[in-house]
Design a protein around this ligand. Structure first.
Ligand SMILES: [Zn+2]
Ligand SMILES: [Zn+2]
Ligand SMILES: [Zn+2]
Ligand SMILES: [Zn+2]
Length: 282
């Protein structure tokens, strides 16, 4: 991928490190600039309107979000963060989602808005609470749950009871795989409807038995019955790879003209007729 022209590299409002600049595919052929700090799990959008990312935009954003998932949680969030453009103190607005209130902060001068990774996913309805049977399944499979808010590993003991991360108080949420599958299938091309849900299945290996399944279509593995769960964003990698492959393939192969446009097949078009013509030229 060629490097984008040098735009102002923004400093993270929390840790002051340079943020990664992403150009994400949005709906209607638009591109959205997002600055992301992987350590603080913060995303800055340079506009005030809400953005509808296309499938490839989500693939890239989720890759960036899971890039440094093993980093230890950053310092606790200072009370007031400044706008990365004009440094004015950001104004906190609470975005109510189905799974709780997530703070979103905006620049009073309209330069943009700042979201936590978890808040961004919750606002788009891409997360759900961790269910009690999933807590015990994670424990027996010895898999680690990472808090979507800060990335901290949530201890099995805590996980059995707690509703929120002990470190950052974000509710214990996991990615809602069927809803993510729907978001990933959005090609986001003007005038082009979403590919039907019966398109190519997204492939993912079952964590319990290794069988290949589509986590966006079933809640449990058809082979061994294990529940399908992504306890950390890093677990989404096979799904993101499959979705990216599917979306790029679809972009390279625009929809074919309708079959009715083809001339009707006659006996002379069949393999047998061609073979006979080859054997006995007319
Ligand atoms: Zn930061
Ligand atoms: Zn500003
Ligand atoms: Zn946390
Ligand atoms: Zn299985």
């Amino acid at each position: 991928m060629s490097a984008p022209p040098a735009e102002d590299v923004r400093a993270c409002p929390q840790c002051r490190a340079s943020m990664a600049q992403l150009r994400l595919r949005a709906h209607n052929g638009r591109t959205v600039l997002v600055d992301h700090c992987a350590a603080c799990r913060l995303a800055w959008f340079d506009m005030l309107e809400s953005v509808q990312l296309a499938g490839l935009g989500w693939v890239e954003l989720l890759r960036e979000m899971s890039r440094d998932e093993t980093l230890p949680p950053g310092a606790s969030r200072p009370a007031a963060l400044g706008c990365p453009v004009c440094a004015a103190p950001l104004k906190t607005v609470h975005n109510r989602t189905r799974w709780g209130r997530f703070p979103m902060q905006e620049c009073p001068a309209g330069h943009g808005h700042l979201h936590s990774d978890a808040g961004l996913l919750a606002e788009r309805g891409l997360v759900r609470p961790l269910l009690p049977p999933e807590r015990s399944a994670l424990r027996s499979q010895r898999r680690v749950l990472h808090c979507l808010g800060c990335g901290a590993a949530v201890e099995a003991e805590t996980r059995a009871e707690a509703e929120a991360c002990a470190w950052c108080a974000t509710p214990l949420l996991v990615v809602d795989l069927p809803r993510l599958g729907h978001a990933l299938r959005q090609r986001g091309v003007a005038g082009e409807p979403m590919p039907p849900a019966d398109g190519v299945p997204l492939r993912w290996p079952c964590h319990a038995c290794g069988a290949t399944l589509d986590p966006t279509r079933s809640a449990a593995c058809p082979q061994c019955g294990a529940g399908i769960l992504a306890p950390s964003l890093g677990d989404l990698k096979p799904l993101l790879d499959a979705a990216e492959h599917e979306l790029r393939a679809a972009a390279n192969h625009p929809p074919r003209p309708k079959r009715a446009a083809l001339p009707p097949r006659t006996w002379r078009d069949t393999h047998l007729a061609r073979l006979l013509r080859w054997l006995r030229p007319e």
